[in-house]
Ligand binder design. Sequence first.
Ligand code: KG4
Ligand code: ZN
Length: 358
Amino acid sequence: MRVLGIESSCDETAAALVTDRGEVLADVVASQIATHGPYGGIVPELASRAHIRAIIPVIHEALSNIPGGLSSVDAIAVTQGPGLVGSLLVGVQVAKALAWSLEKPLVGINHLDGHLFAVYLQRPGEPEPMSVPTMPYVGLLVSGGHTALYRVEGFSDIALLSQTRDDAAGEAFDKAAKLLGLGYPGGPIIDELAAGGQADAFAFPLPMASRKTLDFSFSGLKTALARHVQQTGVPNDDQALGDLCASFQSVIVESLVRKSVLACRREGIDQLVITGGVAANRGLRARAKLACNENGITLFVPPPISCTDNAAMIAMAGVHRLADGERDDLSFAVYSRDPGRRRGKFRADGTLVDHKSE
Ligand code: KG4
Ligand code: ZN
C-alpha cells in the first residue's frame, strides 16, 4: 500500500508518498520562512495564501519521479488538526478532492500522531534500517506549538502524561530569538549559536525543578532572558551571544530531558522517543543520549528531517489507521486545538470513542 500524505497545518506545505512498511518514496516540504521571517512569527492569513499557491505544485513534485504518478496512490492521509484553521483547510480540501476523484480511501490525521509515529519512517540513503521502538514507549513531543509527554501504548492508544503549562519549548526558542533580534524560526538559529558558546556562562533558573511533577513551563525562562537583555543589552560580540544562547538552550534541554527520564521511571518503561521540530536540536539530542545511557533507557530520535513538519509522518500515521480499516468520509471538519490525548480511539471530528459505551 502507498499512502499520499498531505500536511498544511502551520507554515510548511508538504506532500509525501510512504509505503505500509514506512519506506519514504517521496517527500517534499515547501517552507514559508521567507514569507513570515520579516514579521518574526507566523501570520495566519499569509500562511493560508501561501498554502493555496504551493499545494498543487508540491504534490506534483512529490509524485514527479513515481512511476504511475497519482494512479500509484492507494490512499490519502491529511492533517486534520491541530493547527491554523485556514491553513488546515487548504490541505484537507485538496485531499478530499483527490480522494473523491481517484475513488481512494481518505483518513484525517492528528498532527501530533504524525510527530509521534515519525520514528517508524525509513528514509532512503540511511546506512542501515532505522531501529524502531516497540510499544509501549514514552514519547516526548517538542514542537513550536506543543510540549508534552505521552505513554504510547498503541497506534490509537496514546495517554497524555504531562504538558507545558504555558509556552511550548519551540515557542520559547522563537521568542528568545526575536528578543535577541536573531530572526525566525529561532530554534535552528539558537542551536547554531549555542554550539559555539559556554552553557554555564549565565545561570537561568531551571523551570519546574520539582520531581513531583512531569509538567513543563517555559514562560518564566523567557521573562528571565528578557530581564537579562533589559539590564545588559543584546551581546554585541559573537562569544557573548553564543554564551547567552548556550545557557538559555541548556536550561530548556535540561528540563525536557529530566522530565522525560522521570516519566520513563514512573511508567516503568525503558524506551524514549523524542520527536517534533525541537528534537532537531543538537544540544537536546546529545544530552538525551547521555541521560538515557546513564539510566538504562533506549533512545529513539528520528533524523532532523523527520522531526520538523513533514508529510511523510502524516502518511505514516495514516498507514496505521488505514490498516485498522478506518476510513473518513468527505464531510470531516478540521480542528484548531488538540481534542485531548486520552486512551482510546478518536472519531474523524476528533472526539473520543468511549470503549464502554460503543
Ligand atoms: O514540529 P515543527 O516543525 O512545527 C510545529 O508543529 O510546531 O516545530 C517547529 C519548532 C519551531 O519553534 C522551531 O524554532 C523549532 O521547532 N526548531 C528547533 C530546531 N529546529 C526547529 N528548536 C531548537 N533547535 C532546532 N534545531
Ligand atoms: Zn509539527
